[in-house]
Design a protein around this ligand. Structure first.
Ligand code: GLN
Length: 228
């Protein structure tokens, strides 16, 4: 997918997983919106093409990129060494940590990952949250493709906690006051936009656009729009 192929095709095809507010989620009008989607729109606009959003399970995004089904991944995806072996990441565009969410009416208030030992914990399959809890012995990890399903299980009492990135954790807690954020785990993650390994041209374009969005104040405006 050279820039020319994308321009000729007339659309930029991005892959994302839309249960991750405020980065990407389905709104009342049934549209996928969010901070990442606005950045993707800026990328498309600057290429003079339309934006097409492909919604996929999080763990299918990298395979879809490798198979050329999408041009880039923008999904609050943490830049990790493992992933960087198989895709190329843009400069970091957001900082993140993991968070523990529990029911507000339960006495269980975990403050660290080890407090989850002996408990049932919901995560999204293939995320850094999945990795963090899977590393600790004795946690019963239940993996979901959608965070909305993970929170349904928490609500129904079938799991004791959900582990996910801090900003979406806050968004879910705000939307469903029966949940509380019981701790933030400092994992020091950063998000990157992923392109197919070796696609230097698209990567440079993404990096240049991120620079422009920052220097022109668009990036800050988007932060205010989605994180107030
Ligand atoms: N930042 C986390 C990861 O990359 C979660 C991303 C997500 O669920 N969309 O694994």
């Amino acid at each position: 997918q050279s820039l020319n192929t994308i321009k000729k095709r007339g659309k930029l095809i991005i892959g994302t997983e839309p249960t991750f507010p405020p980065f990407e989620f389905v709104d009342e009008k049934n549209q996928i919106v969010g901070f990442d989607i606005d950045i993707a729109n800026e990328l498309a606009k600057r290429l003079g093409v339309k934006l097409e959003i492909v919604s996929l399970p999080f763990d299918s995004l990298i395979p879809a990129l490798q198979q050329g089904k999408i041009d880039l991944i923008i999904a609050g995806m943490t830049i990790t060494e493992e992933r960087a072996k198989v895709v190329d990441f843009s400069k970091p565009y957001f900082e993140a940590n993991q968070a523990l969410v529990v029911r507000g009416d339960s006495k269980f208030q975990p403050k660290k990952i080890e407090d989850l030992v002996g408990k049932k914990v919901a995560v999204q399959l293939g995320t850094t949250g999945d990795l963090v809890v899977s590393e600790v012995k004795g946690i019963e990890v239940v993996r979901f493709q959608k965070f909305t399903d993970a929170f349904l299980e928490l609500q129904n009492g079938r799991v004791d906690a959900v582990v996910l990135d801090e900003a979406p954790a806050k968004a879910y807690v705000k939307k469903f006051p029966k949940f509380i954020l019981s701790a933030v785990i400092d994992t020091g993650e950063t998000y990157g936009i992923a392109v197919k390994k070796g696609n230097r041209e698209l990567l440079n374009f993404v990096n240049q656009t991120l620079d422009i969005l920052k220097s022109t104040g668009v990036y800050n405006r988007l932060l205010q729009k989605w994180f107030e």
